[in-house]
Design a protein around this ligand. Structure first.
Ligand SMILES: Nc1ncnc2c1ncn2[C@@H]1O[C@H](COP(=O)(O)OP(=O)(O)OP(=O)(O)O)[C@@H](O)[C@H]1O
Ligand SMILES: [Mg+2]
Length: 312
């Protein structure tokens, strides 16, 4: 299932805060949306899911598996959210309801979308908690969000987003609120879950170092516009836009952190020189590269995220 975002706009009052954003996420691809604070990353993600604030108006096109999501009635969209497209927000405190147990929240979307009974949903919640490596899953599902650590809350939020096995996960700065060690653990977890399920991923961050560990392609936003779309390795080695050059300077401090997620997955082929390749393993896995995959099949080259949108 492919996500095709074409000429997406978001207006809030008189202000156009997302201005003609285009990118594709082919089946199984991992694409990053990156840019400084206020560049329109979150609103782009929210527009895809029909979760914009009331005073915001979306235009352009968002096609999911060929179906247009912009303008789709909310009841219809609600059947896609969670079941086909999952989302993890930056701050799990806001995503989790403070007065409901973790287990109830993880099981809720499964209950709704798959019509499970309360008992079945509870069993499923335990299984999902275990899948995201929450400790003592049987017991932790009975706890409330404030009784978990920040990293555990984010694991719970990931379990919620993935409980219905969506085909696409949108993760909006899911690790920003966490300290560096926990951040690396959560990135590892996300990457392994995404790879195990062959899920597509849209990962939002302002940190090129983080992006390099999880995505293969990056879409760089500035003031609501796409300024550069390229393989992450290109963004790291030959950033074309001033914005990307600035993000690279900011990221350098954390990029070559020894023992980081990229380094630990590296093949030994100079991972420190190319964290993007390191995060993909040997870097010689063309089938994992959506650009190569879509070129390889000879079909629909416009599905290459690096080719759509460009410097729109
Ligand atoms: N509810 C809102 N009302 C008015 N303006 C908003 C609202 N939400 C966002 N904006 C504006 O839209 C622009 C894009 O916001 P958005 O939240 O998408 O940025 P972002 O790239 O996600 O930033 P950050 O990295 O800080 O999360 C910003 O200039 C912001 O001030
Ligand atoms: Mg944001």
């Amino acid at each position: 299932m492919t996500l095709e975002v074409t000429g997406l706009t978001v207006d809030i009052g008189e202000r156009r805060v997302v201005d003609g954003v285009s990118f594709d996420v082919p089946d199984g691809a991992r694409v990053g949306l990156i840019g400084e604070s206020g560049s329109g990353k979150s609103l782009t993600a929210l527009a895809v899911l029909g979760l914009l604030p009331d005073d915001a108006v979306a235009g352009g096109s968002v096609r999911w598996n060929g179906r247009e999501l912009i303008g789709m009635p909310d009841r219809e969209l609600a059947t896609i959210r969670g079941a086909e497209i999952g989302i993890v927000f930056q701050e799990p405190r806001t995503a989790l309801n403070p007065i409901r147990t973790i287990g109830r929240q993880i099981g809720e979307s499964v209950r709704i979308h798959e019509g499970l009974s309360r008992t079945q949903a509870r069993a499923r919640a335990v299984a999902e908690a275990s899948r995201v490596a929450l400790p003592d899953p049987e017991r932790i599902v009975a706890r409330y969000p404030h009784q978990l650590s920040g990293g555990q809350r984010q694991r719970a939020a990931i379990a919620m987003a993935l409980a219905c096995r969506p085909r696409l996960l949108i993760a909006d700065e899911p690790t920003t609120a966490l300290d560096v060690t926990i951040q690396a653990e959560i990135l590892e977890l996300l990457l392994s879950l995404v790879e195990d399920d062959g899920m597509s991923l849209v990962f939002i961050t302002h940190d090129l170092a983080v992006l390099s560990q999880i995505a293969t392609h990056g879409v760089v936003l500035e003031a609501g516009r796409v300024v550069e779309t390229a393989p992450v390795s290109t963004l790291l080695s030959a950033p074309a836009s001033l914005v990307t050059q600035g993000l690279l300077r900011d990221a350098t401090a954390t990029l070559w952190r020894p023992g980081g997620a990229a380094a630990s997955r590296g093949s030994g082929a100079e991972p420190q020189k190319d964290p993007a390749a390191a995060s993909r393993g040997s870097g010689a896995e063309p089938q994992k590269d959506p650009a190569a995959a879509s070129r390889g099949s000879g079909a629909e080259p416009q599905k290459d995220p690096a080719q759509n949108g460009g410097a729109a």
